[in-house]
Write a protein that binds this ligand. Structure first.
Ligand SMILES: Cc1cc2nc3c(=O)[nH]c(=O)nc-3n(C[C@H](O)[C@H](O)[C@H](O)COP(=O)(O)O)c2cc1C
Length: 300
């Protein structure tokens, strides 16, 4: 059974990636996820300067998923460079998820991460509750400008992470591709949404609103992957609500070349990477598929 894939030159032993922000807070946790069977790992979103993030509570469970407003906390790219080095001991590609307040700041963080040894970048232009990022990801020109500026400064592959909170995701994806993006990932958490504690008559999250993730967003993510992969030539990576091999197969059939797992870790711990890889393999065996390429985009 052939489960290895190549993503814009990155070689992955299987198509499961750790999604940004869920377990990739330190080099040690990224290494643990790699050793637990992930094909590649993505860091928490990293910025130029340290960001303390939002006060607690930052996450609350809802039916079918979670609502979070972490506020993109991180120690800043210079300090985080050491974590990249530790993460690389996991022996799988390490992708740094980055953000900035201007295209130049994105590029500066990207250069620092490349210098620290990151194998690829993921540009967060889609966080629904922090840093004005969604405003970039909702605008095809701004998205393209960020991609172009980063691409001028780094040699490693650049993945752009899109939001479903846009009127036309195809337009944004094509714009990112034209600007030189190597890979597109979708989707970031949906929303923002709100949960209210009726005893205290106040929102549960300190930030009041947060991004929605988990199985409840999977149909939206699948639709986005279907639309994007139909309209761009670069590889597309699916993320949103994946907790099983069957979920992953749906994403491949919709056109994804690989998938990311975030909230699924809350339900199945980091063993989820091996679980999903085994389940993909079992499905392919049962159906007589020999390689992932036979499944990718089947729905088209
Ligand atoms: C607690 C939490 C923190 C997250 N932090 C980030 C982040 O720092 N950067 C980012 O691009 N996405 C972040 N995300 C979004 C996820 O990477 C993913 O796109 C989204 O949760 C949908 O996938 P899932 O349903 O598998 O979690 C975060 C999600 C959660 C639940």
């Amino acid at each position: 059974m052939e489960l290895s894939i190549e993503l814009a030159g990155l070689k992955l032993k299987n198509p499961t990636l750790l999604a940004a922000g869920v377990f990739g807070v330190t080099g040690a946790s990224l290494k643990r996820v790699a050793q637990a069977g992930a094909g590649a790992v993505i860091t928490k979103s990293i910025s130029l300067k340290p960001n303390p993030g939002c006060p607690n509570p930052t996450i609350v469970e809802v039916l079918g998923g979670f609502l979070n407003a972490m506020g993109l906390p991180n120690p800043g790219c210079y300090e985080f460079s050491q974590e990249i080095k530790v993460a690389k001991e996991g022996k799988v590609p390490v992708i740094a998820n980055i953000y900035g307040s201007t295209p130049d700041e994105f590029a500066q963080v990207g250069e620092v991460m490349e210098g620290a040894g990151a194998d690829g970048l993921e540009l967060n232009v889609s966080c629904p509750h922090s840093g004005g990022l969604i405003e970039i990801g909702q605008n095809p020109e701004l998205t393209a400008e960020v991609v172009r500026t980063v691409k001028k400064k780094v040699r490693i592959p650049v993945m752009v992470k899109l939001s479903s909170n846009v009127s036309n995701i195809i337009e944004i994806a094509k714009s990112a591709e034209r600007a030189g993006a190597d890979i597109i990932s979708a989707i970031n958490s949906l929303g923002p949404g709100m949960v209210i504690d009726i005893e205290t008559a106040s929102p549960i999250l300190a930030n009041k609103v947060g991004g929605f993730s988990g199985p409840c967003i999977k149909p939206v993510a699948l639709r986005c992957i279907y639309e994007i992969s139909k309209n761009v030539k670069i590889p597309v990576v699916g993320v949103g609500g994946i907790t099983s091999g069957n979920d992953a197969i749906e994403f491949f059939m919709a056109g994804a070349k690989a998938i990311q797992i975030g909230t699924g870790i809350y339900y199945h711990k980091i063993e989820i990477f091996k679980k999903i890889t085994d389940e993909i393999s079992d499905f392919m065996d049962k159906k007589g598929y020999k390689s992932l390429n036979e499944i990718i985009g089947l729905v088209h």
